[in-house]
Design a protein around this ligand. Structure first.
Ligand SMILES: O=c1ccn([C@@H]2O[C@H](COP(=O)(O)OP(=O)(O)O[C@H]3O[C@H](CO)[C@@H](O)[C@H](O)[C@H]3O)[C@@H](O)[C@H]2O)c(=O)[nH]1
Ligand SMILES: [Mn+2]
Length: 855
């Protein structure tokens, strides 16, 4: 999720501001040249430095003679490196004594912005304290209860502003050094790579609401990523248990045999075909420019055919099933697989044990381990017109999973699915690192996995890093981002702030994990020396293979590597760990794996890792590492933020950051408090919006007096918020529009959605009802450019918007009615009594303009 950065409305607390830019960094070397041709031509995501000279200089000692120059992207002009000394020292060591290199560089905001930023924050803090004292000293005798509410509101707004602001006072940017990673891990004398193994998790539920073509594009982009092919495995979790996904994945595995070598041969980016073919032209960076035009044309045709084959599944499988069922005659109408057996998952005609929420578990290894030696493809032929004779055509492991479902269990949505992926992958490949994606997020920069590894393997805090979070970026958002889907302020300012503390929160997708951290192991920093993984079935469940996988994942973080297990041999064990009952009485969903019973499993899971002493790192690279699809329209967007705000608030009560133990950094605690308590602001905001209505009924403006002093304070605190916002925009590298959108959508959320979320949670706490549920966000279907944003304008009934829309009208209508009624009555009385009508304005406080009216 991506919580809205609370923008604190109310008495002048105006808002948090600004955003940031991608960290930047055109790679100086530009290319990532090397042994593998597929490494060429991709702009590395780091401000890459020239690698230190490796040549021995006579006395055999490696010396860093060359000053490590850093390329400056315009967006980086307000950032300055802070680890130059360390970096230089690390170059001196150069791996000779077995010490690990520094694989990323750290930047902070330059003093020219940082000092004013902090100073303004301090000044505004003083201003709001003075303001508050002044208000307390001037109670509003006529409307004390309203006055108390507004004092409460102002206090709350002041506190949340502070919580939000202090977590941003030390923004840190970290830029991975891909060239060094390559030098240390890939350019080995034996020609092999030493990068750690990596398991990729991707989730989907429904081939319609989350169009299958997205999921399959994501998978293609993952299979084609620039990472040693024998060291990754991809696990698709299909929570729908749908044969469409299963056969779609088979088609995808077949198509990948063309697509992946094509990507490697021509070094194309991005490696999700839909996005690749949508881009009209870009400079060629591959090794076979002569063949490119032909290959591209053929590939484009192959892709169109592939899409048709995917579409055809929706008719082909029902037809095939009908034919089988006609033969079988009796019994339920089953769904049939191509090999003439019945599909173990859900059927088109839902039947006992074959319907949504009730079916067997399925694991199918679709692509096996490719072996450790490169395999070159075939030269061009009539059957295969693309010449792959100089390309390694191997594909990484690909696995289909659909966990068992039963009506007796709460399946815990995505979190439940991921915990099954965690166990299944532990038995099959057990890579020490995991990266996870929502079904609609694809790899946009094929070097992204390497970038995250720079953080995990760095010698400074690498071992204590539980996860590396990438920002969420979206295609298909309208150019002015009217629904604030990009959440720039959050992703480009707030998360950089957290990056300077204990690390960014986990936002659900595009995040690399250390497996042992997910399995509930303490970070080295807090681990005792004689630490043992207890083989405690109460904690991990009854699979000994799973329990034993954990220590071996820990050992493999640095050394390699056992072969993947044979699926057939461990079939029973796989079935066991996919069972609903497996987790009964275990710590899954609590201290192990992804956390349960909350709509925002992501933030809570990240929080659990932080509170056990792990840290996280934020990784932004250019081009964007991953991209996804934004909600289809305003309705979906509002439900999305309802889920986020409801989940966050629920977290405030169920996993309260204020009560976490001492391993949670103090500032991180503040940040989490802000991140979870923000919907409460809406309660006060609603009061503030209702005040004018009360004025009308009571016939008096209940406003703080003396009025001019009040206005003066308001102007000061509002102007200061704007100033802070403008400085933030600068260091974060955002536009004014990004900032305005954030403020704007905050108000929409705070009036339309957060009150409902708050009410929901109050009801849950008081009446022990259910929390906000995880409703799948519908995504935009792929469409032509013309109709690209058409969905956005479809007016759908959005009950959530009622308060936001209706209030100004109620106010207006009430105002008119009240005015007319009161005026008519008074005028009538006066006219009846005296035959004439008289108006006067009363002075009040120090104000010389009307603060109340009487006739
Ligand atoms: O029963 C379920 C329901 C959902 N999902 C998957 O969960 C992912 C996220 O669902 P989506 O509806 O796209 O949620 P968003 O609103 O886009 O989600 C954001 O916020 C969520 C938390 O609220 C995070 O889990 C997501 O990663 C984050 O992208 C998708 O891949 C789904 O396929 C499942 O696997 N099983
Ligand atoms: Mn999503």
């Amino acid at each position: 999720m991506a919580p809205q950065a609370p923008a604190n409305g109310g008495a002048g607390n105006g808002g948090t501001a600004a955003g940031g830019a991608a960290p930047s960094s055109a790679n100086e070397a530009g290319r990532h040249g090397g042994r593998n041709s597929e490494n060429n031509g991709v702009v590395a995501g780091g401000t890459t430095t020239a690698p230190p000279s490796v040549a021995a200089n006579g006395n055999g000692k490696q010396r860093a003679t060359r000053k490590r120059r850093l390329a400056v992207n315009p967006k980086d002009k307000y950032w300055t490196p802070i680890d130059e000394k360390e970096a230089a020292a690390a170059v001196e060591d150069g791996g000779e004594d077995g010490r690990r290199p520094l694989l990323f560089r750290t930047y902070r905001v330059k003093g020219i912005l940082l000092h004013p930023y902090r100073l303004l924050t301090l000044l505004r803090l003083i201003a709001i304290i003075l303001f508050f004292i002044w208000r307390i000293r001037h109670p509003h005798a006529d409307g004390m209860w309203l006055w108390w509410i507004s004092i409460g509101g102002d206090f709350w707004f002041g506190v949340t502003w502070l919580l939000n602001q202090v977590a941003k006072l030390n923004p840190i940017k970290r830029v991975p050094d891909l060239a060094l990673l390559k030098q240390q891990f890939d350019d080995l004398p034996d020609g092999n790579s030493n990068l750690p193994r990596l398991d990729v998790f991707i989730n989907t539920v429904d081939p319609i609401n989350e169009p299958m073509i997205y999921t399959m594009n994501s998978i293609l982009s993952i299979l084609a990523v620039d990472y040693p092919v024998d060291r990754t495995a991809t696990y698709l979790s299909d929570d729908g248990g749908s044969i469409i996904h299963y056969e779609g994945l088979l088609e995808t595995a077949n198509f990948a045999a063309l697509w992946v070598p094509f990507c490697r041969k021509h070094c194309i980016e991005p490696r999700a075909p839909e996005s690749y073919f949508a881009v009209k032209s870009r400079p060629y960076t591959g090794n076979a420019p002569d063949e490119f035009a032909d290959d591209h044309r053929r590939m484009s045709r192959e892709y169109d055919e592939f899409k048709m084959r995917l579409d055809a599944l929706f008719t082909k499988i029902p037809e095939r099933s009908d034919a089988h069922n006609a033969e079988a005659k009796e019994g339920a109408k089953a769904t049939w697989m191509a090999d003439g057996t019945q599909w173990p998952g859900t059927w088109f005609n839902p039947s006992e044990n074959h319907k949504k929420g009730q079916h067997a578990g399925i694991v199918k290894v679709m692509l096996n381990h490719p072996g450790n030696e490169p395999q070159f493809g075939a030269p061009a032929s009539s059957a295969n017109p693309l010449d792959f004779s100089a390309v390694d055509v191997r594909l990484p492991i690909l696995v289909y999973i659909s966990r068992e479902k039963s009506p007796d269990y709460d399946h815990q949505k995505k979190a439940g699915a991921m915990n099954v992926q965690l166990r299944v992958s532990a038995l099959l490949t057990n890579a020490p690192f995991i990266i996870n994606f929502d079904g609609d997020h694809y790899v946009n920069n094929s070097l992204a996995f390497r970038a995250a590894m720079c953080f995990m393997l760095d010698r400074r805090d690498g071992d204590n890093t539980a996860f590396v979070q990438f920002p969420q970026r979206f295609d298909d958002v309208d150019p002015t981002d009217r629904y604030c889907n990009h959440n720039r302020v959050f992703f480009d300012a707030t998360l950089l702030g957290l990056n300077g503390i204990q690390g960014p929160s986990y936002v659900g997708t595009g995040c690399m994990f250390r497996r042992i951290a997910v399995c509930g192991i303490d970070p080295p920093r807090w681990r005792s020396d004689d630490f043992k993984i207890v083989d405690n079935a109460n904690k991990f469940g009854n699979s000994m293979s799973f329990i034993n996988s954990i220590p071996s994942a820990a050992n493999q973080e640095w050394s390699m590597t056992s072969p993947p297990a044979d699926e057939e041999l461990i079939k029973e064990e796989l079935d066991n760990v996919m069972k609903c009952a497996y987790e009964d009485g275990t710590e899954f969903g609590k201290e192990i794996g992804w956390v349960y019973n909350i709509a925002t499993e992501d933030v809570v899971t990240g929080f659990r890792l932080h509170r056990t002493g792990w840290r996280s790192m934020y990784c932004r690279i250019e081009p964007d590492a991953f991209r996804g699809t934004a909600p289809i329209n305003l309705t979906e967007r509002l439900y999305q933020i309802l889920r986020w705000s409801g989940g966050s608030l629920e977290m405030f009560f169920s996993h309260c950051p204020l009560l976490a133990g001492r391993r949670l950094n103090f500032m991180q605690r503040i940040a989490y408090t802000n991140m979870t308590a923000y919907p409460i602001s809406s309660v006060f905001l609603v009061f503030y919006l209702l005040f004018p209505v009360i004025w009308i009924f009571r016939g008096e403006f209940y406003i703080q007096k003396p009025f001019p002093t009040y206005v003066l304070y308001l102007v000061i605190v509002i102007v200061m918020t704007e100033l802070i916002g403008m400085v933030e925009i600068k260091w974060a590298g955002l536009t004014l529009l990004d900032w305005i959108r954030n403020e704007q959508f905050y108000i929409i959320g705070a009036t339309a959605v957060y009150p409902l979320a708050t009410l929901h949670i109050v009801l849950k706490l008081v009446l022990r009802g259910k929390g906000v549920s995880f409703k799948l966000t519908a995504k935009q279907a792929i469409s032509t450019v013309n109709e690209k944003y058409a969905e956005m304008y479809i007016v759908q009934w959005a009950p959530l918007m009622i308060p936001t829309i209706v209030r100004p009208y109620i106010l207006f209508i009430l105002f008119v009615i009240a005015f007319v009624v009161v005026a008519a009555v008074v005028v009538a009385i006066h006219a009846a009594r005296t035959g004439s009508v008289r108006f006067h304005f009363r002075h009040s406080g120090g104000a010389s303009f009307p603060t109340s009216w009487g006739f």
